[in-house]
Write a protein that binds this ligand. Sequence first.
Ligand code: ACO
Length: 155
Amino acid sequence: MPYTKEITLPEGYTFRRLEKSDYNNNYRETLQVLTTVGEISESKFNDLFENWNALPNIFHPHVITNEQGKVVATGMLFVEKKLIHECASLGHIEDISVAKSEQGKKLGYSMIVGLTKVAQQQECYKVVLDCSPHNVGFYEKCGYGNGGNNMYIKF
Ligand code: ACO
């Protein structure tokens, strides 16, 4: 099915891939809106960044920056290479977070649209994500359907 939605960012805002320098550019602080980030040293961040960058077709960490170049939204597309459907690729969207002061400006929407377009460029046959019931309406506005239950086990 064609995905016709478009990124709609305010003037001066940018959707782009995560950069190493974002360690000191409000990336961790923005993610804290979603959940606990904890103490992450710069070297730990750099190791993870190199890990993601070594597999550029798998990991697609993205941010939206404001007119000052500061990170104000985060999101990750992870592309799983599967055996089924003739070795098809399945996209997973994770870690969507918009800075509190920037919510309501369509940044979350633009992040989802942007990541979905990356998934299409990566020839994913489907993109999936888990969310709380209170965010279902948001994802529906981004063009996603409600696929049912989310099961998990925590360690
Ligand atoms: N329920 C229903 N509709 C919503 C919700 C919601 N929770 N949040 C936003 N919307 C609507 C908006 O009203 C808007 O509608 P409109 O087009 O008719 O005007 C549309 O969805 C787009 O909203 P945005 O302005 O893009 O929303 P925002 O930038 O505030 O981002 C988000 C939404 C990501 C949920 C943000 O509020 C946030 O970061 N919340 C805290 C962290 C979080 O819950 N992240 C998602 C976790 S799930 C995951 O990571 C896969």
